[in-house]
Design a protein around this ligand. Structure first.
Ligand SMILES: CC(C)(COP(=O)(O)OP(=O)(O)OC[C@H]1O[C@@H](n2cnc3c(N)ncnc32)[C@H](O)[C@@H]1OP(=O)(O)O)[C@@H](O)C(=O)NCCC(=O)NCCS
Length: 149
């Protein structure tokens, strides 16, 4: 594995294109191309050099990171690949003095919820009709100082 942590605006276009393709092919609620192209300054991407897994964070001034997306290619799932990526990301977030990570996940995405619980995330609250198809989201939080590693 060869993990890389990069701010979105400085990401190579060919890498970004591949990440967008993964998102649009395999993510439950993919972003439109225009959303990616905004390349918001505060967004950072963690990815494997093989481009088969990534996580997208938004780092705020309040030392809270929002985890917008984490994805492993379907052929690679069930082998703790997301956990390897998460461990690397967590180390980088701590280096940037992030103290907690927040996320929203569809309440029927059991694979993702069980992954987050295993990493130490705790449920905060439910947000009704959060997604475009009317599904509700579960908001979860992790304090990095409490996390293992
Ligand atoms: C959530 C996700 C990143 C987890 O990645 P992963 O590398 O498969 O994670 P893990 O290997 O830790 O295991 C996932 C679970 O599925 C089980 N599993 C076993 N074989 C599997 C397979 N072939 N495919 C998928 N999951 C499998 C694992 O045993 C594990 O179950 P458990 O939590 O009860 O132990 C991945 O499922 C994914 O990319 N999902 C689509 C994107 C998404 O929904 N992201 C989260 C919202 S932001």
């Amino acid at each position: 594995m060869n993990f890389i942590f990069k701010d979105l605006p400085s990401l190579d276009q060919t890498v970004l294109d591949k990440i967008i393709e993964l998102d649009q092919t395999f993510f439950p609620y993919p972003w439109k191309q225009t959303h990616w192209n905004e390349r918001t300054d505060s967004f950072s991407l963690v990815y494997d050099g093989n481009l088969d897994r990534f996580a997208l964070f938004e780092l705020g001034d309040d030392r809270v990171a929002l985890l917008h997306k984490i994805l492993v290619h379907p052929k690679q799932r069930g082998q703790k690949k997301a956990q390897e990526l998460w461990e690397f990301a967590q180390t980088e977030l701590k280096r940037r003095e992030v103290i907690s990570v927040l996320l929203e996940v569809s309440e029927d995405n059991q694979q993702a919820i069980s992954f987050y619980v295993r990493q130490g995330f705790q449920p905060l609250n439910k947000i009704k009709s959060y997604y475009s198809d009317g599904k509700s989201a579960l908001r979860m939080q992790l304090f990095l100082n409490d996390a293992l590693g």
